[in-house]
Design a protein around this ligand. Structure first.
Ligand code: HEC
Ligand code: HEC
Length: 242
């Protein structure tokens, strides 16, 4: 009898300690979560807010650098289309892994573990803003297979800093240049240039001396330049692009 009573007490103690222990573990996990979110938030401020804004809604001071508006990272509907792994890779590798994006990766400045902290933090800042208003990442990946769409993305990335988004020759990097970038949206100039001419100019195939523009060489492949040339030809007919 005595023995059984004792073991009942033991069992009680056993369960009580489990309960107490699990409260502590929970607290511990919660505290760790808080730590992660805090680290993620700090890293976000340091590496992302310049473009994506303090709150993540895409209105940081650097938002015009890339020629396309930074994504609103608080938009729940859009962000739910990206897996944690996608976001992790976007942070570290950007357009290298998702070529339809206009955002360079940051793997030279951000450690992998910090990148995960940022992913963790981003998951806490989304709010319901209704259905998505822009093409989904999956649609964008699909569209990227079209040369014209690829050409537009490459044009914005490689050419618009000098030639301007609309092709008017007044990109932000053109301000300091002595020889002004040509207006690639000028119908008169463009009627004289074929896609092959544009290709030749970018690849530096014309004779040296008659150009001030950098030769892109191997940074951009033949396929890329072909796509760009196709897109450039549309600038003089559609003055206001993206
Ligand atoms: C130099 C400006 C700039 C910085 C810095 C920057 N981004 Fe971006 N980001 C952009 C732009 C521009 C886009 C939109 C690209 C597009 O739609 O093609 C974007 C898009 C994104 C997207 C959405 C991708 C998609 O599939 O639509 C995520 C997620 C993102 N950024 C996260 C981050 C995080 C996290 C950081 C910090 C580690 C960061 N970005 C730093 C400019 C920036
Ligand atoms: C660093 C600034 C800069 C960048 C980047 C740049 N260009 Fe240019 N581009 C110029 C300047 C300056 C000229 C005028 C002088 C010359 O012809 O070299 C020019 C001229 C041209 C011309 C010749 C038009 C004519 O008058 O015959 C074409 C075509 C052209 N650029 C296409 C492109 C394309 C396509 C890209 C992107 C792959 C690009 N450029 C990137 C500065 C730039």
């Amino acid at each position: 009898m005595k023995n059984i009573r004792l073991s009942k007490r033991k069992i009680l103690i056993f369960f009580c300690s489990i309960a107490i222990l699990s409260i502590f573990t929970n607290q511990y996990i919660l505290a760790q979560d808080d730590e992660r979110i805090k680290r993620g938030k700090e890293a976000y401020k340091k590496h992302c807010s310049v473009c994506h804004g303090k709150t993540g809604s895409g209105d940081g001071p650097g938002s015009e650098i890339s020629g396309v508006p930074p994504r609103d990272l608080t938009d729940k509907a859009y962000m739910s289309l990206l897996t944690d792994d996608d976001i992790f890779k976007i942070i570290l590798y950007g357009e290298e892994v998702f070529p339809y994006l206009q955002m360079p990766g940051r793997d030279s400045e951000i450690e992998e573990s910090i990148s995960w902290d940022i992913v963790y933090y981003l998951r806490t800042i989304t709010v319901d803003k209704g259905p998505i208003k822009t093409p989904s990442p999956q649609e964008r990946a699909e569209r990227f297979k079209e040369p014209l769409e690829r050409g537009k993305i490459y044009y914005i990335r490689y050419c618009s800093p000098c030639h301007g988004i609309s092709g008017d020759g007044k990109g932000f990097a053109a301000r300091g240049l002595v020889s002004k970038p040509s207006a690639l949206n000028d119908p008169v100039l463009m009627s004289k240039l074929t896609e092959q001419d544009i290709f030749a100019h970018v690849k530096g195939l014309k004779k040296k001396g008659d150009r001030k523009m950098p030769i892109f060489g191997r940074t951009i492949t033949k396929d890329m330049v072909n796509a760009i040339a196709i897109y450039v030809k549309t600038l003089s007919t559609t003055p206001d692009s993206p």
